[in-house]
Design a protein around this ligand. Structure first.
Ligand code: ADP
Ligand code: MG
Length: 238
């Protein structure tokens, strides 16, 4: 688990300001959901936290340490992408292990970590299959397994379920909720799906045009939206 703090974080691509001064505090072990319409900057924020994108100004702290200049691999963070980014020519075992092979982990330790991730995700029986022999939900598990083997303090999810059909999305949503109970890690989860946000979040950050509209628990946002935008996005139907 870790705390993550964004202080007046901004991001510009050339002359275009995409994130316009954002303050967000994430507590140890919290499940925080970023919601907002397409193009509001959700992925950019995640990519800055992961270290895949430079922060134009402001600070990012993990466990009280400013990490703006730290390499992605030194941040204790693992990201699960929307497109699963798993390799078709590798088995499930190899795909999951890939999360660690780039760190030259000893074989015995690697095997143990893969076995543990497979157990947590209930996919022990799939380890020798190739991605073409898996369903969409199973592929998504592989992508999550690859993050789990790295033992991150913080998991980042960028719309992990958006390519799945509705029924599977509900299964995987519960699975991710269960994962959060099982693993002691902070999780930041991006979605534009209100139901995912309301059911998974301890805290929701509503974004619009690179700005935070409101931060609060699902119930706070639902019953006390700060403005019409939040009300329209998450609030109680009138
Ligand atoms: P979201 O994930 O909420 O849909 P993004 O973070 O992907 O939004 O994008 C926010 C804005 O930043 C969009 O207007 C997008 O076009 C722009 N953007 C994202 N990445 C880049 C980039 N590498 N170069 C230029 N503009 C970008
Ligand atoms: Mg996005």
């Amino acid at each position: 688990m870790a705390t993550v703090k964004l202080k007046n974080v901004r991001k510009s691509f050339g002359s275009v300001d995409v994130i316009k001064g954002v303050d967000i505090d994430i507590e140890d072990g919290e499940f925080v959901v970023f919601v907002g319409p397409s193009g509001c900057g959700k992925s950019t924020l995640l990519r800055m936290i992961a270290g895949l994108e430079d922060i134009t100004s402001g600070t990012l702290e993990i466990d009280g340490v400013v990490v703006n200049d730290k390499q992605p691999k030194d941040r204790g963070i693992a990201m699960v992408f929307q497109s699963y980014a798993i390799f078709p020519h590798m088995t499930v075992r190899e795909n999951v292990a890939f999360g660690l092979t780039i760190n030259k982990t000893p074989k015995a330790e690697l095997d143990a970590k893969v076995a543990e991730a497979a157990r947590v995700l209930q996919m022990e029986h799939l380890l020798d299959r190739r991605p073409s022999q898996l369903s969409g939900g199973q592929r998504q598990r592989v992508a999550i397994g690859r993050a789990i083997v790295r033992d991150p303090k913080v998991f980042l999810f960028d719309e992990p379920l958006s390519n799945l059909d509705a029924a599977l999305r509900m299964d995987m949503r519960m699975e991710i909720g269960r994962l959060h109970q099982t693993l002691s890690a902070s999780m930041i989860y991006v979605t534009h799906d209100q139901v995912e946000a309301m059911t998974l979040a301890d805290k929701i950050v509503v974004l619009k045009d690179g700005l935070v509209m409101q931060i609060g628990s699902p119930m706070e946002l639902y019953h006390n939206p700060a403005n019409l935008f939040v009300a329209g996005f998450l609030g109680a139907p009138s």
